[in-house]
Design a protein around this ligand. Structure first.
Ligand SMILES: [Zn+2]
Length: 394
């Protein structure tokens, strides 16, 4: 069940260290005016983790609403046993209650408004390069990149990549003609927006310029882009943050330079895995600086010397990193720099994270604290041993 969309995207929780691109809210909030969960009927009854494969769900094809009838049929197999044979209306009420708590009314309204906004654009905007709207791997990607993905092994990926610091991968990815076409398409879209006096939504809270590619028809192509060309790589390099279960994305263009955004503050992305590709044009400055991977608890903690790294953009070349890898962009001192950003998300990872009790293995600070505790523990054991052996030198 994808919860991808503007509700998540724009309800960003800002991190203290900067006007962050955001961290998704960790818990869905209860809609105003709704009774607390405990007062809702059947609130004491929980869904079964494993579906009842023998149970035959009822027909919900006449049910209208935000969810497709298939959602109710699938969910019915997970109902508590005492409810399985209840009236259809009773079951429907129970399932709606669960779904409403999962995705509150306010968020649903936002999604609906955003859906209408997109439909208006799709209805009126005429694309410049139709060929961009369907996936054409040999037109979009460099042969070396395609060969690495076709081989689909860690070795083949590494053969085209550099890993300047752990968790950051850089590789030549896009054909120059694809970069040019995409730049022209964005320019065409922005001209259209200007001519129509259309008020567009910007990619996130930090960028005043740029455009959301998913909003003007590129969503399906970019979904394939993620599933076929990013997911195989992230499955190998980022399995612990949902790299193997990417299922939604947010794709946008950012523009830096004179009369555009100048720089981007220090932040983390609202993504599990981020792909950042420079499309052009001519520019100087604009380096991407990295400052260590951090969990929510440690997002403002100090940077260790070995975590510092500055990356210089080259058109056509991609950088792949975890969304929780803290970063920012230095000022683009001259010219115009345009980058394609693909925030890849995993609903499975986000759901699992709510129940995680251990320290995450990917947070630099959690790991540093763990090492410190271990070293304290070893010291204490040595001291105890020394005391026990009468202080003899060992
Ligand atoms: Zn941590």
């Amino acid at each position: 069940m994808a919860l991808e969309g503007p509700a998540e995207r724009r309800d960003e929780v800002q991190v203290a260290m900067g006007n962050g691109n955001g961290v998704a809210p960790s818990q869905p909030s209860r809609p105003a005016g709704r009774p607390p969960a405990a007062a809702a009927p059947y609130a004491d009854r929980r869904l079964r983790l494993n579906p009842n494969a023998e149970h035959k769900p009822q027909d919900y094809s006449d049910v209208r609403g935000e969810y497709a009838p298939a959602v109710y049929s699938a969910l019915e197999r997970h109902l508590p046993p005492s409810l399985l044979d209840a009236d259809r209306d009773v079951k429907l009420h129970f399932m709606r209650d669960i779904l409403a708590r999962y995705w509150p009314q306010g968020e649903r309204n936002k999604v609906q408004r955003h859906r209408e906004y997109r439909q208006r654009i799709l209805h009126l905007y005429k694309p410049l390069h139709e060929e961009l709207y369907n996936m054409h791997p040999s037109v979009f990607f460099l042969p070396t990149f395609l060969e690495a993905v076709r081989s689909n092994t860690e070795e083949s990926f590494r053969s085209i990549m550099t890993e300047p610091i752990p968790g950051v991968y850089s590789f030549a990815m896009l054909q120059p003609t694809f970069c040019e076409m995409l730049l022209e398409e964005v320019e065409n879209f922005e001209k259209w927006v200007h001519a129509m006096k259309f008020k567009i939504m910007r990619p996130n809270t930090m960028n005043k310029y740029g455009a959301v590619l998913d909003d003007f028809g590129l969503e399906a192509m970019l979904n394939q882009f993620m599933q076929q060309f990013i997911a195989p790589i992230s499955k190998v390099f980022y399995p612990e943050v949902g790299g193997g279960t990417l299922d939604s994305h947010h794709a946008f263009i950012v523009e830096y330079g004179k009369d555009r955004d100048l720089e981007l503050g220090f932040h983390v992305d609202d993504s599990e895995v981020t792909l950042n590709v420079c499309l052009g044009k001519q520019f100087s400055g604009g380096e991407l600086y990295f400052r260590g991977i951090r969990c929510e608890n440690h997002v403002n903690s100090e940077t260790q010397h070995e975590e510092m790294y500055d990356y210089t953009h080259i058109p056509g070349r991609a950088v792949l990193h975890r969304g929780r890898h803290r970063h920012g962009a230095r000022a683009t001192s001259s010219g115009l720099r345009i980058n394609l950003l693909l925030w890849c998300r995993s609903s499975v990872f986000r759901e699992m994270k709510k129940y995680q009790k251990d320290f995450p293995s990917w947070c630099g600070e959690c790991q540093r604290e763990k090492r410190e505790r271990q070293s304290q523990c070893v010291k204490a054991t040595k001291m105890a041993f020394l005391r026990g052996s009468g202080g003899a030198t060992i």
